[in-house]
Ligand binder design. Structure first.
Ligand SMILES: Nc1nc2c(c(=O)[nH]1)N[C@H]1C(S)=C(S)[C@@H](COP(=O)(O)OP(=O)(O)OC[C@H]3O[C@@H](n4cnc5c(N)ncnc54)[C@H](O)[C@@H]3O)O[C@H]1N2
Ligand code: MOO
Length: 408
């Protein structure tokens, strides 16, 4: 007999998206100096060409490239020097055949020129005459106008996590403030009569609260904010009070423990007690993490995460992170690498299995070997480098096959 009405990971995410299709993570405008790691909430289109003029990438002389054809040490090409282009100033003169101007690195290429000869391949005979010892190709040593970013082009896409490089793009476009998503707010509740906090004395039968700390850290890593955190005993009223408090100040309330079918597992009842859709998933075919609950109360997402530390963090990544990233249109957010499987591993058909692995480099190749342990053991995660997702239709892992490893 199964106490759960188990659905696939995909179906759980579909129901979540459906239940919260009207829910919006709000945006705010911040300075680009405060935008690192934040998620862009708007597309950024360029209103200019970057660079706005053809620029030299070297210190040297701007010429018509065909004038240098055949130039060598023994038979240099001769040019008439018109002057020099100053940094930060427009090049006023036009280059004609046989003419040249000195241009510093980053300086503007004068009209008519289509290549730069590096200064080391030239020799000045006097202030007006230059010898060039080497031929150059068309557009050699030049960044053309719009080569970096073209006017009208989408330079950054909504859903992009802003890196130092993307901040550089914004700076290049002269954009000092951007719209980013507000940090999603989470309230974390650990439930269980046996759970004690770090400053409490550890008596026999009690265990320290691990989950609210790992979840706290996972939320910070994701770019979220924690509005509060609490430990509550297995008591319906106390749990309800905490959930209500969380709902009023957060986007998402996480409840760890109490999601299974034990006599004192109140999570589902508490979720159903609030105005709203109530529980819409109770049980997901994921291993570990099967007894997960998803529900809606007062318009907010309430999640009952399994109490086992590994299960709670895996479900957080597989379901909650996916939900937030889907809403914010963040793509390719999982860090992954390819590795050769160093082991055979049968999986449970019909379940999406998360198998922890360790990575090892041998002869220039990356191999993955399994980490074994129960989902109640936090070191199963901390001793692993990543995990492999075995899909429900697969029979398991075959030694020698190459698979993607998602990094922890
Ligand atoms: N008859 C069945 N029993 C269980 C099933 C099942 O299908 N049938 N599923 C098992 C699985 S799988 C999991 S996972 C757990 C989930 O149970 P709960 O979500 O109700 O969690 P608890 O019973 O409260 O706790 C489970 C375990 O984890 C420890 N725990 C709880 N909270 C924390 C915390 N904050 N920090 C560290 N450790 C925590 C708790 O002490 C328990 O040992 O149900 C199985 N049972
Ligand atoms: O599947 Mo339960 O979530 O530990 O191990």
């Amino acid at each position: 007999m199964d106490f759960f009405d188990v659905v696939s990971v995909q179906e759980a995410i579909n129901r979540l998206m459906e239940a919260f299709k009207e829910y919006e993570f709000k945006a705010e405008e911040v300075s680009i100096l405060e935008a690192t790691n934040r998620i862009l909430a708007e597309d950024i289109y360029s209103h200019i060409d970057v660079p706005e003029f053809n620029r030299s990438t070297v210190d040297g002389y701007a010429i018509k490239s065909k004038d240098s054809q055949g130039a060598s040490e023994s038979v240099p090409s001769l040019f008439n020097i018109l002057g020099e282009v100053r940094m930060g100033e427009a090049a006023e003169k036009e280059i004609k055949s046989g003419e040249t101007m000195y241009v510093p690195t980053g300086g503007m290429i004068p009209q008519g020129a289509d290549g730069m000869v590096m200064v080391e391949y030239t020799e000045k005979l006097d202030e007006e005459n230059l010898m060039v010892y080497k031929p150059i190709a068309f557009n050699e040593n030049i960044i053309l106008k719009g080569d970096d970013i073209r006017k009208g082009e989408r330079a950054l896409k909504r859903g992009k996590r802003l890196t130092p490089e993307s901040i550089g793009v914004l700076a290049a476009l002269g954009i000092s403030r951007v719209k980013v998503y507000k940090k999603p707010k989470f309230y974390i509740i650990s439930t269980g009569d046996e759970i004690i906090d770090l400053d409490e004395e550890l008596e026999l039968g009690k265990i320290r609260d691990i989950n609210s700390y790992t979840l706290y850290s996972a939320i910070v890593k994701l770019g979220g904010e924690i509005t509060g955190k609490a430990i509550v005993k297995d008591d319906y009223e106390l749990l309800r009070q905490q959930v209500e408090k969380g709902l009023d100040i957060s986007d998402i309330v996480l409840i760890s423990g109490g999601s299974s079918v034990g006599a004192r597992d109140y999570t589902a009842r508490v979720i159903d007690s609030f105005e709203g859709r109530g529980v819409f998933v109770h049980g997901i075919s994921i291993k570990p993490g099967k007894p997960t609950i998803l529900g809606e109360g007062k318009g907010k997402l309430i999640v009952g995460l399994p109490g086992h530390p590994v299960s709670s963090i895996i479900v957080f990544g597989a379901i909650i992170e996916e939900f937030i990233y889907k809403k914010m249109e963040v793509h390719n957010h999982k860090l992954k690498t390819k590795a050769i499987m160093d082991f055979n591993f049968p999986s449970s058909p019909g379940q999406q299995t998360y198998q922890m692995v360790k990575l090892e480099e041998r002869d220039g190749k990356t191999y993955a070997s399994p980490s074994f342990g129960k989902s109640g053991m936090i070191t199963l995660l901390s001793n692993s480098d990543g995990y492999i997702i075995i899909k429900p239709h697969e029979e398991g892992i075959y030694k020698g096959e190459e698979r993607e490893v998602y990094l922890l």
